[in-house]
Design a protein around this ligand. Structure first.
Ligand code: HEM
Length: 502
């Protein structure tokens, strides 16, 4: 009897295997180059490794293929692309604008906020929120950024010539800045402590998402709901949302007491240093609530989205930029000379016109975001079949765009691993495919906070370089990446700051 049962099991498994691999769509899909498939489970075991090894594995696999490969673990079909031509096909229009299933992992936290929503809801929200990042408003945010950048330098001043772990210092700065600008709420001593809890919880969430990602079976909602990981994730999300809820309540209280600060008839800023009423992002949402365009849970999901996207990405970008400057003294000196040419010996804060003049610093920012793109991958669900690199990709496939690997392709960037800001000089960029460089993604679902991010990166870095010389301790080649939602270094990034004689 036992033999009969065994034979039935084996035959069933073989038939299943044949179905999975040989039905028409699978045959087409399996033409795409990919890792060796294992019986029944395809490639699922390949990523079943600790999260700290996942990033290296991913980069190593990407090197084996030429801009496209598949990952197949029935019923999930994924295609990974890191070539500009295919990236353009996917990103340039609305046809493939729906986010991939892999974002489901962060849905319990960011819900249907701008990053994850699609269709009419996304369109309506993007329309409400686009004015919040208009240049006139960024000019007002800039005053706050400069104040915070000054505070950042005061924090560094307390650690002169000591070894500093730079990332937490920068994350404090970017969190304070997004709270004070977009959310219109200054973190007090008490709320700063809550901010610290928030930052740690965001890191913890990144780890839980990475764990779910590598354990493919946890993608099944039913299995996930029985796991201890789900309980842990829910608790962490509660911590994060308690903080954002307080931010919303505080702003609402302020508006109830002082009236709305939005006054469209008043022209925004002539003068760069006069503090004017700020039309914060959150104010726009609260005004939209009054007009019945959004409800409280809608506001919560947007605040969660912007609070996270608005601080963790730029913290990653500024940290890697400082790492690069500390490790390339000649380039740091050129940035410093640029500051001298703009400010002379003055210690005045930077104006937006000053920031516009920081051309060389901007090249350094671009090059940092090439080598260390904070959002290292974006992903879409292909609702329709599409041809990519001459392969027919069936509808229903998940499409992952590996920005990190695209940006490090030797055929697109000569000496790709060398930090060379000059490669972004206009004369050196003429022949570059527009989708060869996409740190902020591209097309209609590109980053809404791009200008905010560049402004913040310039404000913080210029304030630091004007006052301090950075000396390297951590070397770029020692960095081990972990890629949850944001590109991070597993280990602290250490450096020394030495005071300059102004
Ligand atoms: C260096 C900093 C930043 C980088 C590299 C970056 C990168 C990106 C990328 C690649 C996307 C596309 C994501 C996808 O398609 O899945 C994106 C979207 C987005 N980013 Fe950023 N971002 C940065 C800073 C910011 C800031 C400062 C904010 C807000 C203040 C922000 C808010 C958003 C939002 C809301 C979306 C979703 C947009 C939509 O789908 O309509 N980002 N960002």
């Amino acid at each position: 009897m036992i033999y009969v049962i065994l034979i039935i099991i084996v035959v069933t498994l073989v038939l299943l295997h044949l179905y999975i691999n040989y039905h028409e769509e699978a045959r087409e899909f399996l033409k795409i180059p990919g890792l060796k498939d294992r019986f029944l489970i395809g490639n699922a075991l390949e990523i079943f490794i600790s999260p700290d090894k996942l990033f290296d594995l991913r980069a190593a696999v990407a090197k084996q293929f030429k801009g496209i490969f598949r990952f197949y673990s029935y019923p999930y079909k994924s295609i990974i692309i890191y070539n500009p031509e295919d990236a353009e096909i996917i990103l340039s229009g609305m046809k493939f604008s729906e986010k991939s299933r892999i974002y489901e992992i962060i849905k319990p936290w960011l819900a249907d906020g701008l990053l994850l929503s699609s269709g009419a809801k996304w369109q309506q929200r993007r329309k409400i929120l686009t004015p919040a990042f208009h240049f006139d408003i960024l000019r007002q945010f800039h005053i706050t950024m400069e104040e915070n950048s000054k505070q950042l330098t005061e924090t560094l001043e307390k650690n002169i010539e000591e070894t500093i772990n730079i990332k937490p210092v920068i994350t404090d700065y970017t969190l304070n800045t997004i709270c004070e600008t977009a959310m219109g709420t200054k973190l007090s001593e008490e709320t700063s402590a809550a901010g610290k809890t928030y930052k740690n919880a965001v890191l913890e969430l990144g780890k839980t998402f990475a764990e779910r990602f590598i354990k493919v079976y946890l993608f099944f909602e039913f299995i996930f709901s029985l796991s201890s990981l789900k309980t842990k994730q829910q608790k962490t999300i509660q911590i994060v949302q308690k903080f954002t809820e307080e931010v919303i309540n505080k702003r609402k209280e302020y508006i109830d007491q002082n009236g709305s600060v939005i006054n469209p008839t008043e022209p925004y800023g002539d003068g760069v240093y006069k503090k004017r009423k700020k039309a914060a992002f959150l104010d726009l949402l609260l005004a939209a609530e009054n007009e019945g365009q959004i409800d409280r849970s809608g506001i919560q999901e947007e605040v969660d989205t912007f609070m996270f996207e608005g601080h963790d990405t730029t913290a990653s970008g500024i940290t890697f930029l400082l790492l690069m400057l500390a490790n390339h003294q000649d380039i740091q000196e050129k940035v410093y000379q640029e500051m001298k040419s703009i400010f002379g010996d003055s210690t005045r804060p930077a104006t937006t016109d000053d920031l516009a003049q920081m051309k060389y610093l901007e090249l350094c920012i671009k090059e940092t975001l090439r080598l260390y793109p904070p959002v290292h991958l974006v992903a879409r669900k292909l609702k329709e079949p599409v041809k990519l690199s001459n392969y027919n990709i069936p509808a229903g496939t998940e499409c992952l765009i590996f920005i990190f690997d695209l940006h490090r392709r030797e055929d697109l960037y000569k000496n790709a691993l060398t930090f060379d800001p000059d490669r972004f000089l206009p004369e050196n960029s003429v022949d570059r495919h527009p989708y060869a460089y996409i740190p902020f993604s591209a097309g209609p679902r590109n980053c809404i906070g791009k200008k905010f991010a560049i402004m913040e990166m310039k404000s913080a870095t210029s304030a630091i370089i004007r006052r301090f010389k950075l000396e390297a301790i951590t070397k770029p080649e020692e960095i081990r990446f972990v890629g949850d939602m944001i590109l991070r270094s597993i280990d602290p990034i250490y450096m020394k700051v030495v005071k300059r004689k102004i």
